[in-house]
Write a protein that binds this ligand. Structure first.
Ligand code: CP
Length: 314
């Protein structure tokens, strides 16, 4: 399908066709890793700004790599070293960058809805790189790509997501994407870390991580426990959390032989997942990171005009 959207704001309203178009292009771009020269001329002359108001290693670096491998000019702007620190608003910052002729702004912000706000006020393509606890669409797309490489179909696959669903933009984007592709989702974690309305998203909610849940899972997706929430009294202690919800060798013994373990990173090793499990054969964490580059190349390709460059991806 020909790409129509100016922006990528979330997976909540991304159709199956659009999702599959992005994943198919990402699969094609994945071959770049086999090449000695990892460059396509596709986005030559285009300029992309990574505008990050929150820390990031994976998302920001992979957008930068993706843009550079597509031959775009990529500029990184972080809130702490820009005029944001002098009080400039998000809209003024974006309009200032747009006035310099940028074609796309990749935005990470702590406030939910900020990419949607910019999308309405800027002509540049706006790509959501994580907005508060709302969505992280490219993370979910790279997770879907990682699973697509292992599964023939998503239909009726059992997905178990463990952890802080309430504050997780990763969980929400994955719930939208995976349910739309036919997977069944169970979320598990302390009641204080569950947002209201999960039933409306078509997921099962469990507070106790029992053997039955682990035995049924085709994918165990472990979320980062957000240590900053501990002071808010939402869970008793990291040690207690680890005992009740941590993915460790004993719990892995309950899972299917071909279970897939994923984590969006950065991981608190020894808290939500042990080092042993994170680096085990079941773990796809490194593949997720690699696929992040391919997915972000696909997103930039479709949103920043790559389709019009008539480049053969095959
Ligand atoms: N998964 C993820 O968004 O990681 P970063 O915060 O390092 O970008």
């Amino acid at each position: 399908m020909a790409w129509q959207r100016k922006d990528l704001l979330g997976l909540a309203d991304l159709s199956v066709d659009e999702t599959e178009t992005l994943l198919k292009s990402a699969q094609a771009f994945k071959h770049v890793f086999e090449r000695s020269v990892k460059k396509f001329p596709t986005l030559r002359g285009k300029t992309i700004v990574n505008l990050f108001y929150e820390p990031s290693t994976r998302t920001r670096s992979s957008f930068e790599i993706a843009g550079k491998w597509l031959s775009a000019d990529v500029i990184n702007v972080s809130a702490s070293t820009s005029s944001v620190a002098k009080g400039e608003s998000l809209k003024d910052t974006a309009k200032t960058l747009e006035a310099m002729g940028v074609d796309a702004i990749v935005l990470r912000h702590s406030a939910p809805g900020t990419p949607h706000y910019l999308a309405n006020s800027c002509n540049a393509a706006i790509i959501n790189a994580g907005d508060g606890a709302h969505e992280h669409p490219t993370q979910a797309l790279l997770d879907l790509l990682t699973l697509k490489e292992k599964w023939d179909s998503f239909q009726d696959k059992e997905v178990l997501i463990i952890g802080d669903i309430r504050h997780s933009r990763v969980a929400k984007s994955n719930i939208y994407g995976l349910t739309r592709l036919g997977a069944n989702i169970t979320v598990c974690g302390p009641a204080t870390l569950m947002p209201p309305g999960l039933d409306k998203l078509g997921v099962r909610v469990k507070e106790r991580l029992d053997d039955e849940l682990l035995q049924a899972a085709d994918l165990v997706y472990v979320l980062r426990i957000q240590r900053e929430r501990q002071e808010q009294g939402l869970f008793p202690s990291l040690r207690e959390y680890s005992r009740l919800y941590g993915l460790n060798a004993a719990r892995m013994e309950q899972t299917k032989p071909d279970v897939i373990v994923m984590h969006p990173g950065p991981a608190n090793l020894g808290v939500e997942i042990t080092t042993q499990v994170a680096y085990s054969r079941a773990s796809s964490i490194q593949e997720q990171v690699t696929n992040g580059v391919a997915v972000r190349m696909a997103v930039l390709y479709h949103l920043v005009g790559g389709e019009r460059q008539d480049v053969d991806l095959n």
